[in-house]
Design a protein around this ligand. Structure first.
Ligand code: GLA
Length: 670
């Protein structure tokens, strides 16, 4: 991690909300907890530039000096996610306009329109001033640009955005003929003959051209990215020695294409907050970490924010139970993070986030949360040697945000088509089997994986469909779930039957979709229950592995298998749940040669990080019962040597197994 030989520990720190005496207490407490990195200044623009072009760095000078004296490093924020009041007064044209035509006010946070020249100029100004002032400050070890690009709003329909959208379209299509062809504008009389006839896809009388909607989503992600790159380049020029990052929201930001974004940061950093209401929220957290590691190219990444306990913005802000804070943090370390940071160090007394948990809650240092924060700091010091080790996965799950953008547009064949639901279902089944997955883009090199899963791949372009065919032909194994391969990159149906781009790899075609009524089910010859969806499949080279025994698709294939070259492609034409999905995946894992140990006890998360000389096995027990797992090794925290690790209810164990010592791969559940 930047500037350190240690796992990073800390959080967002907002000293502008406190007096100097509190800063001294804070720093003392940070040292006690083993905190070595804090993110400062993220929301300080109003203090740092009280009037346009006038800077006052006194507070930041002082707090950075105190932190440095205490040996605490700083991830310095550019404060561009919350422009000051003078900015909004002087440049009202920079305000974001929503799709409904509402111009958003201020008094909150939220950047100006990313396409606003005034916003960009102001953001560049404060960024340059910070870069100049702190280029050689010994406390500053990295830059934290902005905050969560894409939140709270990602699309802007202002006049400046429309102009920027047209320029983006000109670059993409070259000519209006190209745009008319890509958008299929002969439909509903939409032909464009002048560029200034092209608008953002505003709310309209009926549904707006889906290709236009999709391009506006691409444009909006790119416009935000341009804002980031503009700040990053200022920082890189001034401080080439310091890494630059911004905090992502991985699987939870539906408006940004992180495969593209991750290439632009020096280190991938991510924020993750539990879906408190869900009993399986630790599985979703693991999924988010695996996605983050994957966009980081399997290099170590940073958990930049999570919460010690409840947040303040969910319908029910449920507090974490004892031990949950450490399990959540260490699950991200198990899945490749070399940093554990929280939002935020000290709970705010005023403003919108006063009910949000913190490392140091309102209840202070005698609280359970603070004790758990101190204990976690000690654990991280005990496991420092895992830093830099890698997670290795044999299974990849395909994730293409463009496909999700397109699938989520209006007028689809069933309201039950939900890409996120299918991805969670397949991921969760593998999590329960202790199988770690990477995420991959469908056009990526997949040759390193024994098995590739495509639970939701509605949009497939020619590059991706050729890539998937090549992967299978060369001996790969793929599982594709229903409503995949339906459209190309313009949300248009390729010529011929569904699933256009996947017909060859799957060896079948679909005459008609047969969505179910609500709660309707059907029986399959495999014994499984079909829900929600069926296709009227015409088999080509594929063979049926399971057929519908009854219902609207009676006699039709429900699960098929196609041999292509040296590999195999399965198609699952219905919604399988629970044990039915698990049993199917067991078969596929076995036939794909993926080594799976015995299934871990219910609620036991098992993940490994690999170093050249050792395997680190993380055992995180999310259940209320003690669990055992056969793994020979040394407990990094207690020093105890075991042949079988007993993990207390709600507890964690991290074991080191030397590569030339006990065989870590024979590990299994008991
Ligand atoms: C986000 C933001 C933080 C804070 C937290 C609260 O992650 O980046 O500034 O608002 O949410 O959960």
């Amino acid at each position: 991690m930047p500037g350190s030989t240690k796992l990073r520990y800390g959080g967002d720190y907002n000293p502008e909300q406190w007096d100097r005496a509190t800063w001294l207490q804070d720093i003392d407490l940070m040292r006690r907890a083993g905190i070595n990195l804090v993110s400062v200044g993220i929301f300080s623009w109003g203090l740092l530039e009280p009037r346009e072009g006038e800077y006052d760095f006194s507070f930041l000078d002082e707090i950075l000096g105190l932190l440095h004296e205490a040996g605490i490093d700083v991830d310095l924020g550019t404060p561009t996610a919350a422009p000051p009041a003078w900015f909004w007064k002087k440049y009202p044209q920079a305000r974001v306009v929503t799709r409904e035509g509402v111009t958003l006010g201020h008094g909150s946070r939220g950047m100006g329109s990313p396409s606003s020249a005034e916003y960009r100029r102001a953001a560049a100004g404060i960024t340059s001033a910070l870069a100049k002032r702190y280029a050689d400050h010994p406390a500053v070890v990295m830059w934290h640009v902005h905050n969560e690009y894409g939140a709270p709003v990602s699309e802007c329909y202002s006049e400046q955005s429309v102009l920027a959208f047209r320029e983006w379209l000109q670059r993409r299509y070259g000519s209006l003929d190209g745009l008319n062809a890509a958008w299929g504008t002969t439909f509903w009389s939409q032909q464009y003959r002048e560029w200034d006839e092209v608008d953002a896809p505003r709310l309209s009388a009926s549904i707006v051209n889906p290709a236009q909607r999709l391009d506006f989503k691409r444009f909006s992600s790119d416009a935000l990215l341009e804002s980031f790159v503009m700040e990053r380049d200022i920082l890189r020029a001034a401080t080439p020695h310091l890494p630059v990052t911004t905090n992502f929201m991985a699987t939870n930001c539906p408006s940004v294409d992180y495969w593209k974004w991750a290439r632009e940061v020096d280190v991938v950093a991510n924020d993750y907050y539990l879906v408190a209401e869900r009993e399986d929220n630790h599985v979703l957290a693991a999924m988010d970490s695996d996605f983050t590691r994957s966009i980081a190219g399997n290099r170590p990444w940073m958990l930049m924010e999570h919460s010690t306990s409840a947040v303040n913005w969910q319908p029910r802000n449920i507090a974490k139970r004892p031990g949950e804070l450490a399990r959540n943090s260490l699950s991200s370390v198990a899945r490749g993070s070399d940093a554990v940071l929280f939002f935020q160090f000290r709970a705010s007394r005023y403003g919108a986030e006063k009910f949000h948990s913190a490392m140091l809650p309102h209840a202070g240092e005698t609280s359970r949360v603070w004790r758990e924060v101190e204990a976690l700091g000690a654990v991280l010091q005990g496991i420092e040697e895992v830093r830099g080790s890698r997670v290795e996965a044999r299974v990849a799950l395909l994730w293409d945000v463009e496909s999700f953008w397109a699938q989520d547009l209006e007028w689809r064949p069933s309201v039950e088509l939900d890409h996120r639901e299918r991805i969670e279902a397949y991921y969760s089944a593998l999590w329960r089997r202790g199988v770690t997955v990477d995420f991959a883009h469908p056009s990526a090199d997949l040759s390193g994986y024994d098995l590739v899963l495509a639970p939701a791949l509605y949009l497939v372009d020619a590059t991706s469909s050729a890539n998937l065919e090549d992967y299978v032909a060369a001996g790969g194994n793929i599982v594709v779930s229903y409503f995949s391969g339906i459209v190309n990159e313009n949300d248009a149906v390729p010529a011929g039957p569904f699933p256009g781009g996947l017909r060859t790899v799957l060896g079948l075609s679909i005459e008609e979709f047969l969505p179910f009524r609500e709660k309707e089910t059907a029986s399959l010859s495999s014994g499984a229950t079909a829900r929600s969806w069926a296709d009227d499949i015409v088999l080509g080279t594929a063979e049926a592995e399971a057929t519908h025994l009854d219902g609207r698709a009676e006699g039709r294939a429900a699960i098929t298998r196609n041999a292509l070259g040296a590999g195999t492609a399965w198609y699952v034409a219905t919604k399988l749940e629970g044990d039915d999905l698990g049993a199917f995946l067991d078969t596929v894992l076995e036939r794909s040669g993926v080594a799976v140990g015995p299934v871990p006890a219910a609620g036991l998360e098992v993940v490994r990080r690999e170093a050249p000389d050792a395997t680190y096995t993380f055992l995180l027990n999310h259940s209320e019962q003690e669990a055992s797992y056969d793994v020979a090794g040394t407990d990094l925290v207690t020093g105890e040597t075991v042949d079988t690790a007993v993990v207390p209810a709600a507890g964690v164990r991290i074991l080191r197994t030397d590569r030339n010592g006990a065989d870590a791969t024979s590990a299994g559940a008991r």
